[in-house]
Write a protein that binds this ligand. Structure first.
Ligand SMILES: Cc1cc2nc3c(=O)[nH]c(=O)nc-3n(C[C@H](O)[C@H](O)[C@H](O)COP(=O)(O)OP(=O)(O)OC[C@H]3O[C@@H](n4cnc5c(N)ncnc54)[C@H](O)[C@@H]3O)c2cc1C
Length: 450
């Protein structure tokens, strides 16, 4: 059955990570798509282009190891024929075992690919209201949903949007970095030596921590102070939590021996290549809400960055999301209005890969509904299913957006662990859970006709 038999199309609002993945999945199943994207006429506070599928901050889609949360989710995306991941493969930049890309070239390619799909109509316009229609609608307007549209969502969900704040890291022009004061290495020598490392001795580290905790920050309203997202804490907040916090956190030196003297520095600041041409480097783990002048003053005191020119400073941003468990069911469908779906960060997942995952699943489920085809729940034992389970079933009282982690997967009895004997290590548990997830997902794709 196709679009002409049901007469339904799918309207997707938001051409970000979730929106383009959903658009591809719907169109691939023969259902027509209207894809609304407000950029470039109306920009968000974080995007810099009018391209679809722009990664707004880090250029990393996380680890490639299947025993890491992000690695398993990406393996599942590949099994499910993810459009975004397929295109992203072509724009990878060297980054050890992390899947990093040239963000701008990737977004340009994503836009061109989506534009070339005949049954996707791209409409460059900000929608201020949820369309009143019998067609299916997927809302994928992301953490920076425009304010009028956010109000329109609240009218349907009858609850206030929830939000927290998080922060982005600075990006530096490569030509302004003094590489003679840095060294190339990947942690534990995994993969190629792709990261630029700035070594700090104890005195330099202590001075840096002191600068961070005393620097001027962008102030927040009182009621907003406690809602910084734990997984994306600004570097100055980590520094405030204890003088050693950074050297055990984003500046940890373990596995980063300086080849020039064979020693491990007291602390290390890492820079990751941000584009294919090596024009830009991003400070890893340096999300910050320090005032821009303060960022320049403090970061240019670091060895090698004395003359650093910043392409972008770190900044805080508001992050809108819904209380998923009250509003969304196991098909990413609105419990209160059945032709409505939510995908991406707005529904309560957190992160690039998670947003792509939810866009993919919502796209498949919406297309199946448009075609009047049977739909099958994604088993919770898969990473893709565990995310849906979290968003739709977690406790609503303290609901917070989440990244996928192995802790979201159900426990496996020790007897089922791959070694079968002796103490079960964390790694072994992850290996077993990952193998089971992939096997289960393969069976699901066969049953669900994916
Ligand atoms: C500043 C910032 C930095 C982040 N950094 C990272 C990171 O480094 N790593 C990570 O894993 N995750 C990060 N995230 C979290 C998250 O993974 C990304 O925001 C991701 O892009 C979310 O995907 P999405 O599809 O839900 O939203 P988006 O990719 O933001 O897409 C939403 C789209 O909807 C459009 N839109 C909004 N309102 C309307 C409207 N009314 N009409 C039409 N179009 C509209 C927007 O222009 C946008 O293109 C960050 C989030 C933010 C806000």
């Amino acid at each position: 059955m196709n679009e002409h038999e049901t007469g339904k199309k799918v309207i997707i609002i938001g051409g970000g990570l979730a929106g383009v993945e959903a658009a591809y999945q719907v169109s691939k199943r023969g259902v027509a798509v209207d894809l609304y994207e407000m950029r470039p006429d109306t920009m968000t506070g974080a995007h810099t282009t009018g391209f679809l599928g722009e990664l707004v901050c880090s250029n990393s889609l996380g680890s490639t190891q299947v025993t890491s949360a992000s690695g398993l989710l990406k393996e599942e995306l590949k099994l499910l024929n993810s459009f975004f991941l397929r295109i992203a493969e072509k724009y990878r930049v060297p980054a050890g075992s992390s899947f990093s890309v040239d963000r701008i070239k990737l977004a340009e390619a994503i836009s061109a690919e989506i534009e070339a799909i005949p049954n996707i109509k791209i409409i460059k316009q900000e929608l201020k209201d949820i369309p009143n229609t019998d067609d299916l609608v997927i809302i994928a307007t992301g953490p920076l949903t425009s304010s009028d549209f956010a109000k329109s969502i609240t009218n349907i969900t009858m609850r206030k949007n929830l939000f927290f704040y998080d922060a982005t890291s600075p990006i530096i022009h490569a030509e302004s970095i003094d590489f003679t004061k840095t060294y190339m290495a990947s942690r534990y020598e995994k993969g190629e030596a792709d990261f630029v490392n700035i070594p700090l001795d104890e005195q330099q580290y202590n001075e840096f921590v002191h600068e961070l905790v005393t620097a001027e920050r962008v102030e927040m309203k009182d009621i907003e102070k406690d809602i910084l997202f734990d997984a994306c804490l600004p570097i100055e907040e980590i520094a405030r939590s204890g003088e050693k916090s950074l050297s055990f956190g984003p500046l940890k030196p373990v596995g980063l021996i300086d080849p020039r003297n064979g020693k491990m520095p007291h602390a290390v600041i890492q820079l990751r290549q941000d584009d294919l041409n090596k024009n830009f480097y991003q400070m890893v783990g340096f999300q910050t809400r320090l005032k821009w002048g303060e960022q320049k003053r403090i970061f240019t005191k670091l060895p090698g960055l004395e003359k650093a020119e910043f392409e972008r400073f770190g900044r805080m941003h508001r992050n809108s999301y819904l209380n998923g468990p009250l509003i969304i069911n196991k098909f990413y469908q609105c419990k209160l209005k059945s032709n409505l779906y939510f995908a991406g960060q707005i529904c309560g997942v957190e992160g690039y890969v998670e947003s792509i995952s939810s866009g993919l699943a919502a796209g498949i489920f919406a297309a199946k509904a448009a075609l009047n085809e049977a739909r099958y729940n994604l088993p919770e034992i898969t990473a893709t299913g565990a995310l849906i389970h979290y968003v739709s079933q977690a406790g609503w009282e303290n609901f917070r957006p989440t990244k996928f982690s192995f802790g979201l997967l159900p426990d496996i009895p020790a007897a089922q662990m791959t070694s079968g004997r002796g103490k079960v290590s964390k790694h072994m548990k992850k290996e077993t859970k990952a193998a089971l997830a992939l096997e289960t997902l393969k069976a699901w794709t066969a049953k669900a006709g994916i």
